[in-house]
Design a protein around this ligand. Structure first.
Ligand code: MF3
Ligand code: CO
Length: 252
């Protein structure tokens, strides 16, 4: 069963996700050459707590891995997602970094991500970011009551492939609410008119993860990398399904 949120729950979802959006906006001016991803993690944790939230990823567990140790995921260049912040990872001009953040407040989760450039990047790198951001926008456009999950997946995946890029294997978007990951899974590749039907009040995290050279991934503990070490970008919004256009809850 895919949970449908009532008005009170939606208010709480708006609040958790507002903090996610606020942080992702504030990071624009924090992400500069010379900063470490651990410093970004500190900044994020302070901001989340000062807004009355808790970092949702910290202590998150999946079978076989130690609890996630940080407040954000900081995924540099060929890291697709779940990069662990470190004092040893120093950002430099030309890098890209995906920052993914989860916030828990008053019983409900928010989740969002954005890929940032460090200083100037080359035109191909900028194109990857533009196509990935647009993939998310196209997915959101399909997300309304009466549509199906496959409509979202198709819009994302076909756009990525038309532009010569690859959807990362085995990583998907998801329902979100009282848990960080709820039903349904939202794949970034799919077929129109397939999958669960959307209803007003469902809340979903859409998150295309797009690679330059291959769909294949390699895992190292929490961290996912592109198998051929080419670049990868990631954008994520939590949205509320309505009878009209979806409401973006992670507004920034
Ligand atoms: N946005 C990520 C996801 O939906 C959250 C990372 S999970 C954690 O999978 F392990 F970092 F907590
Ligand atoms: Co997510």
């Amino acid at each position: 069963m895919i949970p449908v949120k009532n008005f009170t729950e939606i208010k709480k979802m708006r609040e958790s996700n507002r903090i996610v959006g606020l942080l992702l906006s504030k990071l624009d001016s924090e992400i500069v050459s010379g900063i470490t991803t651990l410093e970004l993690d500190r900044f994020a944790e302070n901001l989340i707590r000062s807004e009355g939230g808790k970092p949702a990823f910290k202590g998150y567990t999946i079978p076989g891995l130690a609890p996630y140790p940080a407040s954000i995921c900081a995924s540099v260049n060929s890291c697709i997602v779940h990069g662990i912040p470190s004092s040893k990872i120093v950002l430099k001009e030309g890098d890209i970094i995906g920052v993914d953040v989860g916030v828990y407040k008053d019983g409900y989760y928010g989740d969002g991500a954005k890929t940032y450039t460090v200083g100037k990047v080359n035109a191909e790198t900028q194109n990857l970011l533009n196509i990935t951001r647009e993939a998310l926008a196209r997915g959101i456009e399909q997300a309304r009551a009466g549509a199906r999950i496959g409509d979202i997946s198709f819009a994302i995946g076909s756009w990525v492939q038309e532009n010569g890029y690859f959807v990362a294997d085995s990583l998907t978007g998801h329902g979100i609410g009282r848990k960080l990951h709820e039903e349904p899974m939202v794949p970034n590749l799919g077929i129109k008119d397939m999958g669960p039907r959307l209803k007003a009040g469902m809340t979903l995290a859409l998150e295309p993860m797009v690679n330059v050279g291959t769909n294949r991934v390699k895992e190292n503990g929490w961290e996912y990398f592109v198998a051929d070490n080419t670049l990868s970008a990631h954008f994520e919004h939590t949205i509320l399904i309505t009878e009209q256009a979806a409401e973006i809850l992670t507004v920034r």
